[in-house]
Design a protein around this ligand. Structure first.
Ligand code: GDP
Length: 364
């Protein structure tokens, strides 16, 4: 990552910006700035290298996609447009669960199995904690050391700058790069922080939820929203003295799942147990993912989901852009201080205050 940032910085120097940039600027970047950027980043060359599976260039392409510099954004979109026709062929699987549930242990075991079967596996992460604290719950380098040493695996940590919307955008676009580079399984990992699970569920074909058996009330702390989105639930750490407990938790969760999603005739999300450390249940997990895939393909829902996701992707970018414009528009920033203090002092109502902010946003 650092190496890539240095590469871009070296080649683009003053064109780099550190702060978030208005997405809208993508259409309003001065031509000479783009021309300068183009001298240093050859989109056609990057495209060819990505298609050839060149790991260094894949990394650079993603760094370019993650960049907020206006000129980079123009080039990144050009690259994406070229890559898009070659994307879409991977099976995209989301994996969520609280820190410590065993995600990296599991992904390493699953990834190794898939590679042995001849797949090319990309692991992406969405970690909203890293955008706020610059430290992250996911994605440090020591995780999945065996998998990351494989030629046919690529582990990309969560982008560490921007809002959740920005991070999700970068991850979606990275998916295009990996697919065009021939990766046929994309695993997108996240922790259940904020809306990150929703963001992941909206970009994958199969959304899986890893859980743990708890003491006493088994379902405590499990968000109903996650169960509603899950296509598969797996209770991990079903081994040793915990096995019985895990089996019981699985039965309880299965009952909860039937209540949360009773109406879907096409797919009843199964609840299973597994042990990532003992490699138990990994094959079964992948079998279920494939069964789900086949059911979705046969019913036409697979294609339909992907099309809807494109629409969702567009809207999330529109929302993100509007929010960024709102947060950076000088008129809004000027009005904000006054309106907030008037509101705190009880001089105006929240409705009136909101109207003033929006009026400031609407000024030409
Ligand atoms: P993550 O934070 O969700 O990525 O969780 P990790 O994969 O880092 O695992 C957290 C801890 O749980 C580590 O100490 C793992 O060795 C342990 N662990 C992971 N999977 C299992 C499992 O199936 N059984 C047992 N007993 N421990 C596990």
């Amino acid at each position: 990552m650092t190496e890539d940032s240095e590469y871009l910085e070296h080649h683009l120097g003053s064109l780099m910006t550190t702060s978030g940039t208005d997405l809208g600027e993508i259409t309003a970047v001065a031509p000479e700035i783009i021309k300068r950027a183009r001298r240093r980043i050859d989109v056609d060359e990057l495209f060819d290298a990505v298609r050839n599976g060149d790991r260094t260039r894949i990394s650079r392409a993603i760094t370019l996609l993650e960049s907020t510099a206006p000129a980079h954004r123009v080039l990144a979109q050009e690259l994406l447009v070229k890559l898009l026709p070659f994307s879409g062929n991977a099976l995209r699987v989301g994996i969520t669960g609280v820190p410590g549930v065993g995600k990296s242990t599991f992904i390493e075991a699953l990834g190794m199995k898939l590679i042995e079967e001849g797949h090319k596996v990309a692991v992406l992460a969405i970690d909203p904690s890293s955008t706020k604290t610059r430290g992250s719950i996911l994605g440090d380098k020591t995780r999945m050391s065996k998998l990351s040493a494989q030629d046919n695996a690529f582990i990309r940590p969560s982008p560490s700058a921007g809002t959740l919307g920005g991070v999700a955008k970068a991850t979606r676009e990275s998916m295009v790069v990996f697919e065009a580079a021939g990766y046929d399984v994309i695993l997108v990992e996240t922790v259940g922080v904020g809306q990150s699970e929703v963001a992941v569920a909206q970009m994958v074909d199969c959304f899986t939820f890893l859980a743990l058996a708890g003491a006493g009330d088994q379902l405590q702390g499990i968000k109903k929203g996650v169960l509603e989105m899950a296509d598969l639930v797996a209770i991990n750490k079903a081994d040793g003295p915990n096995l019985k407990n895990a089996k019981r938790a699985a039965r309880e969760l299965a009952a909860a799942m039937r209540m949360v999603r009773p109406e879907d005739a096409l797919w009843h999300p199964p609840t299973m147990t597994m042990s990532a450390v003992e490699h138990e249940g990994i094959d079964e997990f992948w079998d279920v993912v494939n069964q789900h895939h086949e059911a979705m393909l046969a019913s036409g829902r697979f294609e339909q989901n992907r099309r809807e996701q494109q629409v969702g992707w567009m809207w999330s970018m529109v929302h993100e852009t509007i929010l960024q414009r709102l947060n950076t528009k000088p008129e809004v920033l000027a009005a904000k201080k006054l309106v907030e203090s008037q509101l705190r002092d009880g001089q105006i109502t929240p409705t009136l205050a909101a109207e003033r902010i929006l009026n400031a946003f609407d000024t030409e």
